[in-house]
Write a protein that binds this ligand. Structure first.
Ligand SMILES: [Mg+2]
Length: 199
């Protein structure tokens, strides 16, 4: 059952993902969590986030933001990046993920989810049957209920690492295969914005 909490891949940052390769491999829809995935909690889209969505649109992706937050927060972020959005999504319910795919006109096989929380983001993506990338949360300062969840996540990640070590790295569904194919090396493609504050 724990596998239902495991992402397809766990990596440092959304800004290091090789989206060009994902598109070349047939992915067409991207669903993003916002808070602590793209920017710090409650922050508007910064230059780095704006450039990311410009790049994704250039590649050809359709994107949808999926947030448990209220509409004003989600809309405020989206006003700077102009994609689709679903607010009050009740993650980990799979309904919001399905609704996002409906909006984008994509399906389980060509859609990918990216988020920072195991018990909401990744669990929901697994329930909806789509591949997912867990990214390390941007900033530690969070609401108390999230801080408590982070402690539980720490243990899930310990087991996840063991699970990943047992995978066959030549399997296209393994984390090692995904890491080699979809994560850019030491330098972020968005490195020109890395010194930029997103607080
Ligand atoms: Mg988040």
């Amino acid at each position: 059952m724990a596998a239902r909490l495991y992402p397809t891949l766990y990596t440092k940052s959304v800004y290091r993902i090789n989206f060009e390769q994902l598109y070349a491999d047939g992915y067409r829809g991207l669903i993003f969590d916002i808070d602590n995935t793209l920017v710090t909690h409650g922050a508007p889209a910064n230059g780095r986030a704006k450039r990311l969505f410009e790049r994704l649109k250039r590649i050809g992706f359709t994107c949808c933001l999926l947030s448990n937050n209220k509409e004003p927060r989600v809309k405020m972020f989206n006003d700077a990046v102009h994609v689709n959005y679903v607010f009050d999504a009740h993650k980990p319910s799979p309904d919001g993920y399905r609704y996002a795919m409906e909006i984008m006109g994509t399906d389980k096989r060509n859609t990918l989810f990216i988020g920072d929380q195991i018990f909401t983001d990744i669990f929901g993506a697994n329930r909806a049957g789509i591949s997912s990338i867990l990214v390390r949360y941007i900033h530690w300062k969070e609401e108390i209920q999230i801080v408590l969840k982070r402690r539980l996540e720490f243990f899930v990640l310990l087991f996840y690492r063991i699970y990943v070590k047992r995978q066959d790295p030549s399997d296209r569904k393994s984390a090692a295969w995904w890491e080699a194919r979809y994560v850019n090396g030491g330098r972020s493609l968005e490195s020109e914005g890395e010194g930029e504050t997103d607080l």
